[in-house]
Ligand binder design. Structure first.
Ligand code: NAP
Ligand code: ZN
Length: 368
């Protein structure tokens, strides 16, 4: 065995974890820059909890609540500028993956006068500001990953940056913040978390330690499939989903993602499909493609899920996910080319050529 295992984030998991651990906020200074979306911070109740704690501790704060879904370089640059002007000591990200990813870019840009494209060098003269991450979806696991995935309009895709200094210092994981998530967002984000566990488990970069986390996340997803399909999203299920998402984040922190995410980025960029749904549409054909190289692990995964075979899994996923956009063959060829440019494509257990990606996409989506 020969592997590295590192998670740079202290996790505080459980009901009321923000208010019960308020002293954690004191460690990072007197000026907090809060990065959130238009609604997620307020609707989830997380922003109220955080504001209460900051006021109680006498910490000044500024709220940037204009993070776009799938934030762009331009969007995070604007937030970074405001954080610099505010002279922030630390960043608090509240929301789904979009605000949490944005908070990582802001933590770098607040203290480094660089063009946003230079984020991708992953070398920063000044150490990024500390980040506290508070998820309000149970999906990306961004609260425990170093990655920030940003929309690159210049390249027609989404691309990730991050290094050990962009791990959030603290993740507060309170499933209460997800109680009011609409069921479609709950499903999309849960499927994303499952993809992290599955792609990590089947990655060339998987390790014995990341596999333990992946297997636990896969088992939990199996227990949540029926509740997700039937809309039985009680607090018990919500907590399991949040735990699964955190585990999935820890997995990809070590393994990265693979071709599913690479292909999914195009569906989000060009067709505006939510991140998790875009990934989920490819699961069945991805498993069939990889079975030749990873039959043992795929069989074990199906066993952990409690599902008899790949086709049965595909039927269950079809009940969960839907989409109403159309695709041409030329579009899918373009998406295959773009996926070939993603580094994560090289982590796939079976080497995938452009034609392979095109075939997975055409079988998964009904091209016109
Ligand atoms: P999201 O884009 O953060 O949020 C989706 C929608 O849900 C938004 O409209 C958001 O509102 C709303 N929302 C969030 N929490 C809510 C709540 N508690 N109640 C009601 N509405 C709520 O979706 P996401 O799937 O969590 O994140 C996707 C992003 O994460 C993508 O950009 C993806 O590339 C990235 N990602 C990152 C990693 C990583 O490791 N860093 C991994 C996978 C994916 P607002 O508009 O107010 O925000
Ligand atoms: Zn993802």
């Amino acid at each position: 065995m020969n592997f590295k295992f590192f998670i740079g984030t202290k996790v505080l998991f459980g009901e009321n974890c923000v208010t019960e651990n308020k002293n954690e906020f004191k460690k990072f200074g007197k000026r907090a820059f809060v990065v959130t979306g238009k609604n997620s911070g307020k609707l989830s109740g997380a922003l109220d909890d955080v504001a209460g704690v900051l006021e109680n501790l006498g910490i000044d704060y500024y709220i940037f609540d204009r993070v776009e879904n799938n934030p762009s370089l331009e969007n995070v640059n604007e937030a970074g500028r405001e954080a610099r002007t505010f002279k922030a000591d630390f960043i608090i990200g509240i929301g789904g993956g979009s605000p949490l990813d944005a908070s990582k870019a802001v933590s770098v840009l607040a203290v480094n006068h660089i063009e946003p494209k230079e984020l991708y060098s992953n070398v920063f003269i000044n150490k990024p500001l500390p980040i506290i991450a508070i998820p309000t979806t149970a999906g990306t696991g961004s609260e425990v990953t170093p990655y920030s995935i940003l929309t690159r309009r210049d390249l027609n895709t989404k691309m990730s940056f991050g290094n050990e200094d962009t791990f959030p210092q603290i993740a507060f994981e309170d499933a209460r913040y997800t109680y009011d998530l609409p069921s479609n967002v709950t499903i999309d984000t849960a499927v994303d978390a499952f993809c992290h566990a599955m792609e990590g488990y089947l990655s060339r970069r998987s390790t014995p330690a990341s596999d333990v986390l992946a297997q636990e996340a896969i088992t939990i997803f199996g227990q949540c499939i029926n509740p997700l399909i039937n809309g039985q999203l009680d607090p018990y299920v919500r907590e399991k989903l949040m735990y699964m998402a955190m585990l999935g984040g820890m997995v990809i922190s070590h393994t990265g993602t693979t071709i599913i995410h690479g292909m999914g980025y195009s569906l989000t960029y060009f067709k505006d499909l939510p991140h998790g749904r875009a990934n989920g549409l490819f699961i069945k054909e991805y498993l069939k493609f990889n079975y030749r190289e990873a039959s043992g692990k795929i069989d074990r995964m199906l066993e952990l899920l409690g599902i008899a075979g790949i086709d049965e899994f595909g039927e269950l996923l079809e009940k969960m996910l839907n989409y109403n956009c159309t695709f041409t063959e030329d579009e899918l060829k373009q998406y295959a080319s773009l996926t070939m440019k993603q580094k994560s494509t090289t982590y796939n257990i079976r080497t995938a050529a452009k034609q392979d990606l095109f075939e997975i996409m055409i079988k998964s989506l009904k091209a016109q």
